[in-house]
Design a protein around this ligand. Structure first.
Ligand code: ATP
Ligand code: FE2
Length: 334
């Protein structure tokens, strides 16, 4: 029997510091520690300090959960972007440290593509359109012409940040997603708020202002506003995802990002797929939000581009890329 291949992945693009370990095609650990603030807004340098403070403990827990020793790791992968530079720095520094210590190769991978690839691995989707709906990001991504490309995205804020901002101004605290979802279940009346789809893109800023004004007017129940938010914002996401599927002749929709844990969004995705004879996929919550396992898995897929531990200093590949676009990435693992 051939020796199993084990990759350790480090995620640190924003709030979350995560370490995942994948043995061949199996997730054997996925541990995270999130930087939290009262207000929910992120101060990059503070988040980076958090990541540095928790990294050793997260690593120890991950190894313990996996039941392996550090020496058994064959490859170190880290999230190279897109993300906040100070947070990315915390991740790459730890990755380099481990690579040198273990004398094992290192590889940087793209965060957005990692969301898609872990979803494929866990759900067995083959060639899906990914609706990546998180706090900071909202994109529709699919593979075509040799690359992963973005077919639609938000023109202003991510859908999660939009929901969180409204929830905060309505005094619901942070994160707003689960609270809005709970309230929406009790809502009955659909209130008209701006539905903004421009071509393949979506926009939430107009809807946010409108919801805030309606809340302040005191004329509407918060349950109905939450219900209307979900019944307006989510169909916008499903509409652009469906259009990408039709345009690309793809039959599968895959969800990713923290907002994808919303049951109503999942239901809408399922119905849309059913109606067009497609298939709907959604991994469990721990793999929807930012996590180290997805970085480890993309590390395994891109493994042949890894760099030897003693060749990493000054190597342009072993760097952070805070603004890396999805279609900048050469896909050579398919
Ligand atoms: P990324 O770097 O991928 O943008 P992030 O930290 O901004 O990551 P995630 O961790 O993927 O985002 O997700 C967090 C978001 O998910 C928050 O905006 C939160 O309100 C939202 N969320 C969580 N649960 C739900 C839910 N049930 N319904 C709607 N939104 C949810
Ligand atoms: Fe993410």
């Amino acid at each position: 029997m051939t020796k199993p291949f084990i990759c350790l992945g480090i995620e640190s693009t924003a709030h979350t510091f995560g370490i995942g370990i994948i043995k061949n095609k199996k997730v054997i650990a996925n541990v995270l520690d999130g930087y939290k603030t009262e207000k929910g807004g992120i101060i990059p340098s503070e988040a980076a300090k958090h990541h540095i403070a928790v990294k050793e403990r997260v690593l120890a827990t991950a190894l313990e959960n996996a039941g392996i020793s550090l020496e058994e790791i064959d490859l170190i992968a880290y999230s190279r972007g897109p993300g906040l530079a100070p947070c990315l720095h915390a991740g790459i520094r730890f990755a380099k440290e481990l690579s040198l210590k273990l004398k094992k190769p290192i590889i940087g991978v793209n965060h957005c593509i990692a969301h898609l690839e872990i979803g494929k691995l866990l759900t067995k989707a083959k060639d899906p359109v990914l609706l990546y709906a998180s706090g900071a990001n909202t994109q529709v991504i699919a593979y075509t012409g040799g690359k992963y490309r973005v077919f639609g995205e938000t023109l202003d804020m991510g859908v999660g940040n939009f929901i969180d901002t409204f929830a905060r101004s309505a005094g619901l605290g942070f994160p707003g997603g689960p609270k809005i979802s709970e309230l929406a279940d009790k809502g009955k009346e659909l209130i008209e708020i701006p539905y903004v789809v421009k071509g393949m893109d979506v926009s939430f800023s107009g809807m946010l202002t409108n919801l805030e004004q309606k809340f302040k007017s005191g004329k509407y129940k918060i349950e109905d506003l939450a219900f209307s938010l979900q019944e307006t914002a989510f169909p916008m996401l499903i509409e652009v995802s469906e259009r990408a599927m039709a345009h690309l002749h793809k039959k599968e929709l895959l969800l990713g990002g923290g907002v994808a844990s919303n049951k109503r969004l999942q239901e809408m995705g399922g119905i849309m797929c059913l109606e067009r004879g497609g298939k709907f996929f959604c991994p469990e919550r721990q793999f929807l939000t930012d996590n180290g396992a997805m970085i480890a898995w993309l590390g395994i897929l891109c493994g042949k581009n890894s760099v030897k531990h003693d060749k990493m200093e000054g190597n342009p590949k072993i760097d952070i890329f805070p603004y890396e676009r999805t279609d900048d990435v050469e896909v050579n693992w398919k």
